[in-house]
Design a protein around this ligand. Sequence first.
Ligand SMILES: Cc1ncc(COP(=O)(O)O)c(C=O)c1O
Length: 381
Amino acid sequence: MIVEERVLGHIAKAQTEDVSPFYIYDTQAIRKKCDDFSSIPYRNKSIHFATMANINPEFLAIVKDANLNVFVNSLKHLESVKEGGFKGPEIVFTSSAMSENVMKSVFDENVQVNLDSVGQLELWQKLFPEKAVGIRCNIGGMVKPYSTRAGFFLGKESRLGLTVDEIKGIANKHIIKGLHLYIGTDIFDIDYFIGCYRALIELSHDFPELEYLNFGGGFGVSEQGDEFFDIKTYGEKVSALMEEVSLKRGNSIQMILEPGRIIGGESGYFVCQVTDIKERENQVFVGVNASTAQFTRPLIYPESANHPVVIIRNGALLEAENQVNTTIYGCSTYSRDIFCKGKQLPRLSIGDLVIFANSGSYCASSYCEFLGFDKPKEVFI
Ligand SMILES: Cc1ncc(COP(=O)(O)O)c(C=O)c1O
């Protein structure tokens, strides 16, 4: 079942003549993902939810209650997580091209900082001499990088992090207390994660004062809703790796993870209502009372974003029979305001509720004002 029974019941009850678009989240399912990460056997670890995936205060409260920490990449999100009760090293701040003012602000908050370039490291050392810090590493030269949905995060084509040569060339290696890595997004191949981590570990031998290895996020959520990232197997493999590193160094190195999409991706749904239907040759265009400016993954990734669709009619699930080639479009004049193209769906009617699954991450948080639609309400059940 792509939509949890409990969630379906709640949405079905909500069906009235006119339903404004909204997000609905399954709190228990979010909590379960947090617990799955906390259950990774390696003890000296800290799991930091990547808040760009969802910055809603209620979402942050679930994450906090599950004893996860947070990772942010901007001062605005830093403020949001502080309001949510996170402080100091519970917050990882990793960004790029930080100005002096941003550096001073994060320094004052005593958060864990990872710097993105040689220039940023020089600026940091000038502002805060001898203050230990982490660096973001582009280990592309040591592995065969994957191109993930958002392109390359490693290798020559990535703008992020210090290259292997730059890392080796750092003069004051003793001020580096952590190495940070982010290998890409929506990856299911556990061996790729581990291979990249091994490359980072190889680099870490040059850093005598190392306290942590931050392996970032990137854990896959499937577009079809038919594949699930195996956190248990991943946890066993990464734990064995960390035990090996700590043993070799003779001291316990902290492992940091920054899961984003996986924490709430499968636990959130976007709901809108059919408001118009156009019959065309070999396909049906279905208009809804929402815009992709309110549900942006199809806008950002028109070629690859794909959210399983479930329909509710008169309070009940619509059977997937007599399917037709359907394109669901938003209620604006923007030609690319398209939720999905050429999906096989039952013939829809005005008033039907359309539920887009796998919408708990990078959806509500990337709402934009372009086109002039309201930020949808977010409901947690
Ligand atoms: C540095 C860093 N860590 C973690 C994440 C979260 O990634 P994901 O949602 O793929 O797990 C991101 C997302 O862009 C990131 O840039």
